[in-house]
Design a protein around this ligand. Structure first.
Ligand SMILES: C[S@@+](CC[C@H](N)C(=O)[O-])C[C@H]1O[C@@H](n2cnc3c(N)ncnc32)[C@H](O)[C@@H]1O
Length: 149
């Protein structure tokens, strides 16, 4: 194992967890900045060529974990590994963001759902190779179906 350390921090309009849109149909269109620490700037070489990035980050304001929980998008409990709950054994978040522009160590992005000051562990280009028709959405599709009826 290794000791994780931040490569940067998120600058977000969201200060409190309650500020972030939640539940079925919630859209993440908020813009923000991922500020990479100067010692990692070289690692951003060529990142501009990618439209979307995967951001791995730390739920630094979550406490403890729940193996079973009821997410805001449903009224039924689901296992933590079947949800995106912040209360995880290893509190690691994963978000797909659109890269709008890069200004040296500052990545201007759209689609953030992190709080201001969230530590970033890693960034990778988003490359989806799974055709939409082969994806199954599990309990979420069922919850969406119940909401429509
Ligand atoms: C449902 S989680 C999903 C996060 C990420 N997209 C994922 O799938 O891992 C998003 C929620 O995490 C919470 N959150 C965001 N930043 C956080 C932080 N730094 N510490 C604790 N909770 C945070 C907010 O309440 C937000 O609504």
């Amino acid at each position: 194992m290794f000791t994780p350390r931040p490569v940067g921090f998120v600058r977000s309009p969201y200060r409190e967890t309650a500020d972030v849109p939640k539940g079925l149909g919630a859209e993440h269109r908020a813009e923000g900045v991922i500020e990479i620490l100067p010692e990692f700037e070289l690692g951003l070489t060529d990142v501009e060529g990618f439209s979307h990035l995967l951001v791995l980050w730390v739920f630094d304001r979550a406490h403890g974990f729940e193996l079973l929980g009821t997410p805001p998008s449903d009224n039924r409990p689901h296992g933590v590994f079947a949800t995106r709950s912040p209360k995880r054994p290893n509190p690691i978040g994963l978000s797909v963001v659109e890269l709008l522009a890069r200004d040296r160590t500052r990545l201007h992005v759209r689609g953030i759902d992190m709080l201001d000051g969230t530590p970033v562990l890693d960034i990778k280009p988003y490359l989806s190779s799974i055709p939409g028709e082969t994806l199954r959405r599990g309990w979420l599709a069922e919850a969406e179906g119940r909401k429509k009826t």
